[in-house]
Write a protein that binds this ligand. Structure first.
Ligand SMILES: NC(=O)c1ccc[n+]([C@@H]2O[C@H](COP(=O)([O-])OP(=O)(O)OC[C@H]3O[C@@H](n4cnc5c(N)ncnc54)[C@H](O)[C@@H]3O)[C@@H](O)[C@H]2O)c1
Length: 270
């Protein structure tokens, strides 16, 4: 998407962290923005903050893991702005802990928000974007842990690997159309992700008790992470260039290189 002016962005998880930074970047590029989030109080604050920047922003309560909730949010967005061009699948939650300690509720929650959230938004909005014919972009937030063997968050990593796979398949399905696809594959970012459980719906039951040391370690890494506004700048450039992969964190390059070399080393020659 080269021209953002007057286009409409639907941003999930837009009330905090990376989603909020993306919403602000979209708004400053003169897009109209719908923030979709499960946290109503945070939505209210985010809208007030973005309005200080003269951004044309609205908000809608939405649980991306619930298809009906996404469809309702889509209807509200179309009623408010008429069209949607950019779908920003960014809502995500995570908790640390070994796989055998991850409860069925944890699994449903993590897969539901991170992976099914993307499926729900894409299936809801793609027919609309195709129908209006003005072009568009499907952007999603994955994680570098979706590409690497990292211990302690297996279900989250699997969901993020799924987002990368969905994005690649979607890019192939939409090749030659005016709808682009990008997936952000970031390292740590300074957001509220260490406290994802604040927005865990009761239906998923109590969270698994992760080790306090593991949690502290994760929170320290997130606190030392990249500023989301810096990541948002890279995302804007990536979307404009229709880059499939947006890699924001250069410090992970050597680890990725070693990983892919290990795979190629055992891959049979033709
Ligand atoms: N922070 C990091 O270090 C990091 C690293 C890699 C990837 N990510 C990814 O970045 C994305 C953004 O997270 P963040 O780091 O800004 O965290 P954050 O907690 O600051 O923001 C996440 C937002 O998602 C919302 N949300 C949670 N459940 C939802 C649901 N069911 N429906 C709709 N919205 C929901 C939250 O209310 C919150 O506003 C996530 O996909 C996350 O997995 C984060």
């Amino acid at each position: 998407m080269r021209d953002f002016h007057d286009k409409v962005a639907f941003v999930t998880g837009g009330a905090s962290g990376m989603g909020f930074a993306l919403a602000r970047a979209f708004g400053r590029a003169r897009m109209k923005v719908m923030l979709a989030d499960i946290d109503v109080d945070a939505l209210e604050n985010a809208v007030a903050e973005l309005k200080k920047d003269q951004i044309n922003v609205r908000s809608v309560e939405c649980d991306v893991s619930d298809r009906t909730s996404v469809q309702r949010a889509a209807s509200e967005t179309l009623a408010a702005f008429g069209k949607v061009h950019m779908v920003c699948n960014n809502a995500g939650v995570g908790i640390g802990g070994a796989l055998e300690l991850t409860s069925p509720g944890d699994c449903d929650w993590i897969i539901g928000v991170n992976l099914m959230g993307m499926v729900h938004s894409c299936q809801t909005f793609l027919p609309h974007i195709k129908a209006h014919g003005e072009g568009g972009h499907i952007f999603s937030t994955a994680s570098v842990t979706g590409m690497l063997p990292v211990p302690g968050s297996a279900v989250y990593n699997a969901a993020k690997a799924g987002i990368i796979a969905l994005s690649q398949s979607l890019a192939a399905e939409l090749a030659g159309t005016s709808i682009g696809v990008s997936v952000l594959v970031p390292g740590f970012m300074r957001t509220r992700m260490g406290d994802s459980v604040r927005n865990r719906p009761k239906r998923y039951g109590e969270r698994t008790v992760a080790s306090p040391e593991g949690r502290e370690q994760l929170e320290a890494l997130i606190r030392a992470g990249m500023d989301p506004d810096e990541v948002a700048e890279k995302v804007m450039r990536g979307i404009q260039e229709n880059e499939l992969f947006i890699f924001s964190h250069p410090e992970w390059r050597s680890t990725l290189e070693e990983h892919f070399q290990r795979i190629l080393a055992v891959y049979p020659e033709a």
